[in-house]
Design a binder for this molecule. Structure first.
Ligand code: KG4
Ligand code: ZN
Length: 341
């Protein structure tokens, strides 16, 4: 008899994306995301609006996901959901939905740490896609997090550096807000920055000891820089937008790369994987690729669809936990501050 297929439904609702994905033996059958455009009007995610939108989206998203995968609810082996970290109201929607569905179907329920999922997304089964070998370093860069993690095994991870204030995504988003680029500004800075000169303007890099990061100073430096220059020339932003974006982006890439170099030096590990929304950034991806030649690193860069929040990353963690029968119970609760270990 052939091996039984394992179908995992993953559900992600930690911030402002309602997402569901079905994996069969670690391979993606479907991956559906409903983005919440409502937050654009407010310049950032409004938690109350996010949880209401999740409530509206979750049933159609899961339904569409199963249809696309051509899988019936009854075929599912387990339900995996993001338990945390994230916005409490948002997490509660996915958690309650996953719990009810698993209960109704009488199948195992698997809790997933969102930050582990951003790292383990590299283990989705995909032809021609090389998976990292252990140990490796993972740099998770998103709107809520900036961490360097030593990954010894699927579930043996140690945070060896993290931000002491803002996340790198906030540095992009807040700088972009000051430039009038709307929310989220990261992708726009990326697009405009490609057309500009990365060394046109210089921003001071923060001095933080060890492997920790700081981004609040950069945000303030950008604000002061814009205030000063627009006072002298009211059209300063419009006339220099591409160069400003390229220069901010360049500074951020240097900050990240400097810390990675130090992490490699300290750990002796030169295999680097990236994950999280900011890892979609073209300058970061390019700099990392170049580091293979320049530094002798081996790098793992996810396809852009797996950088920002998605449920395939939740489902792959679900699959890996399913294999070791690491299930949770109906007593589980959402946790907005969940550590990686
Ligand atoms: O992982 P993610 O989707 O959600 C969180 O868990 O935070 O990351 C969202 C963040 C936002 O700050 C967004 O501006 C940033 O990722 N982002 C980018 C790019 N695409 C998304 N930042 C820079 N360049 C990009 N291309
Ligand atoms: Zn995320």
């Amino acid at each position: 008899m052939g091996k039984e297929n394992i179908y995992i439904l993953g559900i992600e609702s930690s911030c402002d994306d309602t997402a569901a994905s079905v994996l069969c033996n670690g391979k993606i059958l479907s991956n559906v995301i409903a983005n919440q455009s409502i937050h654009q009007d407010y310049g950032g995610v409004v938690p109350e609006l996010a949880s209401r939108a999740h409530q509206q989206n979750i049933v159609p998203v899961v339904d569409q996901c199963l249809k696309k995968a051509k899988v019936s609810k009854c075929d599912l082996s387990a339900i995996a959901f993001t338990r945390g970290p994230g916005l409490m109201g948002s997490l509660l929607v996915g958690t309650s939905f996953a719990k009810s569905l698993a209960y109704g179907l009488k199948i195992p329920l698997i809790d997933v740490n969102h930050m582990q999922a951003h790292i383990l997304v590299h283990f989705i089964e995909k032809e021609g896609c090389e998976k990292p070998t252990f140990p490796f370093l993972a740099m998770t860069i998103s709107g809520g997090h900036t961490q360097i993690v030593k990954v010894d095994n699927y579930f043996e991870m140690t945070v060896i550096g993290e931000t002491i204030d803002d996340a790198v995504g906030e540095a992009f988003d807040k700088s972009g807000k000051a430039l009038g680029l709307g929310y989220p500004a990261g992708p726009k800075i990326d697009k405009l920055g490609r057309l500009g000169n990365p060394t046109a303007f210089k921003f001071t890099k923060p001095r933080v000891k060890g492997l920790d990061f700081s981004f609040s100073g950069l945000k303030t430096a950008v604000l002061y820089f814009l205030q000063k220059n627009t006072k002298e020339n009211p059209n300063f932003i419009a006339e220099n937008l591409n160069d400003i974006c390229a220069s901010i982006q360049h500074t951020i890439v240097e900050i990240l790369l400097d810390k990675l170099k130090l992490a490699v030096k300290q750990t002796g590990i030169n295999k680097i994987a990236i994950g999280g929304g900011v890892s979609a950034n073209s300058a970061i991806r390019e700099a990392l690729k170049k580091s293979e030649q320049k530094q002798g690193w081996k790098t793992y860069i996810p396809d852009t669809e797996f950088t920002t929040d998605n449920a395939a990353m939740v489902a792959i963690v679900g699959y890996l936990k399913y294999l070791k029968k690491d299930f949770t119970t109906q007593e589980t609760t959402a946790k907005s501050r969940l550590k990686i270990q």
